[in-house]
Design a protein around this ligand. Structure first.
Ligand code: ATP
Length: 361
C-alpha cells in the first residue's frame, strides 16, 4: 500500500516538531527516516500510525485520506525499540495475540491461528522458541519475535521505530541484513526510523534525511551519499573535516590550498565551506615548499587495514586553515607504514576531493 504524506506540521506548545513535511512512499518500498535525536522522526511515524494527530496536513494510504481512520483500522504493524512483548505470555501467545483480539467475525479458528503463528515463527527463524517466555530470549530474538507479532495481522504498512537501537553492534548488523532479506520476501511497505546512518544506508531503498522537523533530502542511499543536498546531510552521513575558503571562478581556495574539482565548476563566487572526508585527504611527509596544509601528526592509530590519523595544523604557518582544529585523515595501513611517519613529525595534507558549499547558498 502506498503512503502519501502531505504538508504535515505538528507543534508541541511553541515547539515545531514537524514543519510542512511531504513525502511519497511507494507500495512495497522500505524507506528509512534518518536524522539526529529530536528531529521529528518518531513524531512523523506516530502520525502515520494514527497514534498522534497532525496540526495540519494529511496522510493518505493507497490514495485514501486516513484522518478519520482509527489506529486499529489502519492495518499498520509496529515494532519499537523496546520490545513490547507481553512478559507473562509465551512466544507463541505473543505472536498469536493480534489474531486472538480480532473482532469475532474476523477471528481465525484455533487451528488456523496455530498454523499462522508457526509460519511466522519460521519466517523469523525462531520456531524452536515457541514455548519460551520473553525473559528467556536474547534482545535480538525478542525483536524478531516483536516483528513476527507485528506481521501476524498481515499489515499493509509496517512501522519500525529504532527496532534494533537497544542491541549491541554485532547483533544490529545481523538483524538489519536479516530485515532486508525479510522485506525482499514480503514486500510490505515499511518505514524504518533510525539515527544510525550506516543502518539507513544499508537497509533502505530510499533514505529520508530529517533535520529540525524538516526533510532535508530524499534519495537512494547512493544518491544521498554521492550528492548530499546540504552541509547538514554531508556532515550527518559520515566523518568530515570542515575548511573555510573562497570559491572563485569555479575553483575553491582554502587558505594555502587550491581545490580544483571539475564537479564544482558551477559554484557561485563567495565564501565557501569545503567538506573533506578523512579518506579524501592525502598525507605525506613535509618537505619545505610543499603546498597543502602543514600539520603535526599528533596521533596515529592503526587498526587492521586502516590508519586513522589526527593532524594539528601548524600555527606558525599563516596560510593554514583555522588553527586549533584537529584534522582527521585516513590512509590504508600499508601506505602509512611505507611513509615511516612517527607521532610529532610534520606532514602536509592535501584534499583529493571536497564537497564545497558556498555560504548563504
Ligand atoms: P529520537 O531519535 O531522540 O527519538 P526523534 O527524531 O524521533 O528523536 P521526536 O521523538 O519525533 O524526535 O521528537 C521531536 C521533538 O518533539 C523533540 O524535541 C521532542 O522533545 C518533542 N516532543 C515529542 N513528543 C512530545 C510531546 N508529547 N510533548 C512535547 N514535546 C514532544
Amino acid at each position: 500500500m502506498s503512503i502519501e504524506i502531505r504538508n504535515v506540521s505538528k507543534q508541541f506548545g511553541d515547539f515545531h516538531a514537524l514543519r510542512d513535511v511531504s513525502l511519497d512512499v511507494d507500495s512495497g518500498e522500505l524507506v528509512a527516516l534518518l536524522g539526529p535525536s529530536g528531529c521529528g522522526k518518531t513524531t512523523l511515524l506516530r502520525i502515520i500510525a494514527g497514534l498522534e494527530t497532525a496540526d495540519a496536513g494529511s496522510i493518505l494510504f493507497a490514495g485514501e485520506d486516513t484522518t478519520d481512520v482509527h489506529v486499529r483500522e489502519r492495518q499498520v504493524g509496529f515494532v519499537f525499540q523496546h520490545y513490547a512483548l507481553f512478559r507473562h505470555m509465551t512466544v507463541f501467545e505473543n505472536v498469536a495475540f493480534g489474531l486472538r483480539v480480532k473482532p469475532r467475525s474476523l477471528r481465525p479458528g484455533e487451528a488456523q491461528i496455530k498454523a499462522k503463528v508457526h509460519e511466522l515463527l519460521k519466517l523469523v527463524q525462531l520456531d524452536w522458541l515457541a514455548d519460551r517466555y520473553p525473559a528467556q530470549l536474547s534482545g535480538g530474538q525478542r525483536q524478531r519475535i516483536a516483528l513476527a507479532r507485528a506481521l501476524a495481522v498481515e499489515p499493509k504498512v509496517l512501522l519500525l521505530d529504532e527496532p534494533f537501537g537497544a542491541l549491541d553492534a554485532k547483533v544490529r548488523k545481523e538483524l538489519r541484513r536479516w530485515l532486508r532479506r525479510l522485506h525482499d520476501e514480503l514486500h510490505v511497505t515499511s518505514i524504518f526510523v533510525t539515527h544510525d546512518q550506516e543502518e539507513a544506508l544499508e537497509v533502505a531503498d530510499r533514505v529520508v534525511l530529517m533535520n529540525g522537523g524538516r526533510i532535508e533530502q530524499v534519495g537512494s542511499p547512493q544518491d544521498v551519499w554521492d550528492h548530499p543536498a546540504s552541509p547538514f546531510v554531508y556532515g550527518f552521513l559520515g566523518d568530515v573535516n570542515l575548511f573555510h575558503g573562497r570559491a572563485h571562478e569555479g575553483e575553491v581556495h582554502l587558505e594555502g590550498v587550491r581545490i580544483d574539482s571539475p564537479e564544482h565548476r558551477d559554484l557561485r563566487n563567495g565564501k565557501a565551506l569545503a567538506y573533506v572526508r578523512p579518506h579524501d585527504l592525502d598525507v605525506e611527509r613535509y618537505v619545505p615548499g610543499a603546498s597543502g596544509i602543514v600539520a603535526t601528526l599528533t596521533r596515529a592509530i592503526v587498526v587492521g587495514p586502516i590508519a586513522r590519523l589526527e593532524l594539528e595544523p601548524v600555527e606558525s604557518n599563516p596560510d593554514n586553515p583555522g588553527s586549533g582544529t584537529i584534522i582527521e585523515a585516513q590512509l590504508p595501513a600499508q601506505q602509512f607504514r611505507d611513509l615511516g611517519l612517527r607521532e610529532g613529525e610534520t606532514v602536509v595534507a592535501t584534499p583529493r576531493r571536497a564537497r564545497v558549499f558556498v555560504e548563504g547558498h
